[in-house]
Design a protein around this ligand. Structure first.
Ligand SMILES: [Mn+2]
Length: 423
């Protein structure tokens, strides 16, 4: 379904008075509110195709209804989110779950909804129907060359699908690793993986990048062959200038200082971008900002500082994406919440007084430095984020619109009890 522009206008009219009061209040406190609003209008976070259906656990999946069953449906769902928030103008596809049957029709649909194709994702963590060799004991790390070759070939095919759609990056997340001590020769596993990545890298078009995503554990519980940012950076450095390290917020061991990792990767010009999510214990499946919003702000604080230090374009020079999929919410409501949390943290990071912070750091004024960051974090910028949406023709309050218009019910009427394809 498509969101009716008149309905958004009516929603905005109904909410305008209250919004105006809030925005005037915060606008008056800011130095350059107009520049801030423009940056928020320009900023976009890609939506992964697999986040549009209700996720599951290894115990059960309680599917919702009206979920997207086809690639067309998935693109329409992202278009719907983007129409409401103007901040979700890209979709990230997963191969083989999202192989287009007609590239031109898919590209045309995306263009109608103002969507771009973000990084394409390969899958060597599952066996697909009819697949010759199993990934039970890994893919690129495998002891059997035929398995490695199959995984390389798959990644090359993913790049080809991406090229046909206009993507510019391949994200490689490998579940390779081991579950028990002694199972794997770490050095050989690394070397096999590097050799495989080098062969994939060699086929990248000149204007493409490859993102090497790391994860501490799961599905392997003893070692992971791309287990942390150090390992990912080793691969990225050995591969060459088109290879970068991708940070997924949920893929660290507990209490890792992610903002420091981000700062150093940017310093080395090796930060690919992000998979946003949040977590309490060990997985990556909770709504962005739902558990550790201060951490999210501190990460954006480093991102803005680092991007500005290098003269980077905030909106386009790094890959921004959500990667979450969970069990108890309407996925579209969840994604609206996640994007909102990202926009709030980004807006706050833009408000940090860099000159004052630098001075406090130079003078070892620890208290002043902490105050500068916390004052910003405690500033309510939601009205400014809403103002950016309003000016871009999106909804002042996307979630309220979604509920009042009963969008999910409309989708159920249209699609029935459809369950999303994918995981
Ligand atoms: Mn991820």
């Amino acid at each position: 379904m498509r969101i009716n522009k008149t309905a958004i206008d009516q929603h905005n009219e109904a909410n305008y008075q209250e919004h105006r009061q809030k925005v005037d209040f915060i606008h008056g406190q800011l130095n350059d509110a107009e520049a801030l609003i423009q940056k928020l209008i320009d900023f976009n976070v890609a939506i992964p195709s697999w986040a549009l259906g209700t996720g599951g656990t290894r115990f059960a999946r309680f599917s919702g209804a009206g979920e997207p069953a086809t690639l067309q449906d998935k693109i329409e769902d992202v278009g719907l989110i983007h129409a409401l928030n103007n901040s979700s103008g890209a979709i990230s596809l997963h191969i083989p779950w999202d192989i287009p049957s007609d590239y031109n029709a898919i590209k045309q649909l995306a263009a109608e909804l103002n969507l771009k194709f973000d990084a394409v994702n390969s899958n060597t963590f599952q066996d697909q129907k009819g697949q010759e060799h199993s990934y039970k004991f890994g893919s690129l790390q495998h002891t059997n060359k035929a398995v490695i070759q199959q995984a390389i070939q798959h990644n090359i095919e993913v790049i080809q699908h991406g090229v046909a759609l206009g993507s510019k990056a391949l994200t490689v997340w490998l579940s390779d690793g081991s579950c028990f001590p002694g199972q794997l020769n770490f050095r050989k596993a690394f070397q096999n993986t590097l050799d495989g990545l080098q062969q994939i890298y060699a086929t990248l078009p000149s204007d493409w990048k490859v993102y090497i995503e790391y994860k501490a554990f799961e599905p392997n519980f003893y070692s992971t062959t791309v287990g942390d940012w150090g390992q990912s950076l080793l691969y990225a450095n050995k591969l060459g200038p088109k290879a970068f390290t991708l940070v997924d917020l949920g893929h660290h061991l507990p209490n890792a200082n992610i903002e420091q990792i981000v700062a150093l990767l940017m310093m080395e010009e090796k930060l690919a971008g992000f998979h946003f999510n949040d977590s309490k214990y060990g997985d990556d499946d909770l709504t962005v900002g739902s558990i550790k919003p201060y951490q999210l702000f501190l990460i954006f604080n480093e991102l803005v500082e680092g991007m500005d230090a290098r003269g980077m374009n905030h909106a386009t020079d790094l890959g921004w994406m959500i990667d979450a999929s969970h069990n108890v919410k309407d996925p579209l409501e969840d994604l609206l919440q996640s994007v909102e949390a990202i926009m709030i943290s980004y807006a706050q990071a833009l408000l940090v007084d860099r000159v004052a912070l630098n001075e406090a750091q130079q003078n070892n004024d620890v208290v002043a430095a902490q105050e500068i960051l916390q004052n910003v974090f405690r500033t309510d910028v939601r009205a400014i984020v809403a103002e950016a949406r309003l000016r871009a023709g999106a909804a002042i309050n996307p979630l309220q619109f979604y509920r009042t218009e009963q969008v999910r019910n409309q989708l159920i009427n249209q699609r029935g009890n459809s369950i999303a394809s994918g995981l």
